[in-house]
Design a protein around this ligand. Structure first.
Ligand code: ADP
Ligand code: MG
Length: 405
């Protein structure tokens, strides 16, 4: 198949065996909530836009400085196609082969196979927690095409495409714009996702807090403004819950939350949540997610693990500080004394929240202990300065277990 703007013959690549199994599972075993595929595509677009925004802030010569960063969705009902475009960082040929052609985490496949062999229906909402990401689109599509061009003067455009059955192809194309367009050829069963109203509904449900405008048929759908910058009293319960679901990739309500506005030694705002249940891979280090970090309202990282000690790794949310420079690399962030100050403050506040539960909300505290107690306990050995407080919170558990346990 040749098209007008194709400038090389497509090169074919074979998926690894593991990837083939994963694709098969996604296409044939996930039935409930197939709409989460859109959240995954939008989240990738948003990641790509964040990268380009950080680059624009730190590199004066960067060509994409003046672009307005956005996500655009076109639903073509007649053709049964859905197209998600961003003017983000784009992908090189290597990115297409390495990043799009392989599964990020082998734990994902293991998990999906385990659940499947247990005979239970696998809920697609779990996908968000296991990072299948891009390939979630195979729940609703039988062909995916990606056209992209990476940021950089001398970059070229590529088209990547696959039907998910064993191979994918990459070919060079003419493309002027930096960024990525993902086109899904929807299956007959899921042709409904090419309806604009449907797409808007899904965005409102899952992607309302994405920090870039999302346009559907030319109309902006999401809110964009950061919730944690609002005054506490101005935030409704529903908004808070929606935000939690967005930031934690969860579908259940959180067990509780903290909204902090601090000025003084450290200046920051934070919106932190304790989920209502632990992910099955809580103890796996490579699945450790971390908090979203913003500096002066500009997104820096979505998985910062230095903001909280390891034993509080189940906490989800956002920290926005005025005290970090914008052009921070991960390494600089990690070494900054601001980070350890923030971590000390957040840890104290979270312990305070838990102490409050243990004193006056026994049911909530019970749930916490049941879900996260085993992880939390490890803090006794790792956090000297808070040892007493942690032990204080474990005593509650031991009064409820049998003597001698
Ligand atoms: P994750 O987002 O967790 O890394 P995904 O499966 O969702 O996993 O995406 C895999 C990779 O593909 C991303 O890490 C990124 O490198 C690349 N990618 C996907 N979509 C885009 C996009 N719109 N722009 C740039 N890169 C993308
Ligand atoms: Mg992703």
């Amino acid at each position: 198949m040749t098209t007008k703007d194709q400038v090389s013959t497509p090169e074919q690549y074979e998926y690894k065996a593991e990837m083939k199994r994963l694709l098969h599972l996604i296409a044939h075993s996930l039935y409930t909530h197939p709409e989460v595929f859109l959240r995954e595509l939008i989240s990738n677009a948003s990641d790509a836009l964040n990268k380009v925004r950080i680059r624009a802030l730190t590199d004066r010569d960067f060509e994409g400085r003046s672009e307005s960063h956005r996500i655009e969705i076109v639903a073509d009902k007649d053709a049964g196609k859905l197209r998600v475009s961003d003017n983000g960082i784009g992908m090189t040929r290597e990115d297409l082969v390495d990043r799009l052609g392989t599964v990020a985490s082998s734990g994902t496949l293991q998990f999906l196979e385990q659940v499947q062999s247990s005979g239970d229906a696998v809920d697609a909402q779990l996908i968000g927690q296991f990072g299948v990401g891009f390939y979630a689109a195979f729940m609703v599509a039988d062909e995916i095409e990606v056209e992209t061009r990476a940021a950089g003067d001398d970059s070229v455009g590529y088209r990547w495409s696959t039907t998910g059955e064993g191979t994918f192809t990459v070919e060079e194309i003419e493309r002027d714009e930096i960024g990525t367009t993902v086109t899904l050829h929807l299956t007959e069963d899921h042709a409904g996702f090419a309806e604009e109203y449907r797409v808007r509904e899904i965005i409102k449900k899952y992607s309302n807090f994405v920090p870039f405008p999302i346009f559907v048929g030319g109309v902006q759908v999401n809110k964009v403004q950061p919730l944690w910058r609002k005054k506490k009293d101005d935030i409704g319960d529903k908004e808070l819950e929606e935000f939690y679901k967005f930031v934690a990739n969860d579908y259940a309500s959180p067990l509780g939350h903290l909204h902090l506005e601090l000025e003084g030694r450290v200046n920051m705002r934070a919106l932190l949540f304790v989920p209502s249940s632990a992910p099955p891979d809580l103890f796996r280090d490579d699945q450790h997610r971390g908090l979203h970090l913003y500096s002066n309202n500009v997104f820096i990282q979505d998985d910062n693990r230095d903001l909280l000690p390891d034993y509080l790794r189940f906490v989800r949310g956002v920290v926005d500080t005025d005290d970090l420079p914008l052009n921070v690399s991960r390494e600089v962030t990690q070494a900054s004394p601001v980070m350890s100050q923030i971590s000390t403050v957040l840890t104290g506040k979270i312990l305070g929240l838990l102490e409050g539960w243990s004193a006056s909300e026994p049911e909530t505290f019970d749930k916490f202990t049941e879900q996260f107690g085993s992880m939390f306990k490890t803090g006794v050995a790792s956090d000297f300065s808070n040892k007493e407080r942690i032990v204080g919170l474990l005593r509650y558990e031991s009064t409820r277990t049998l003597p001698g346990e």
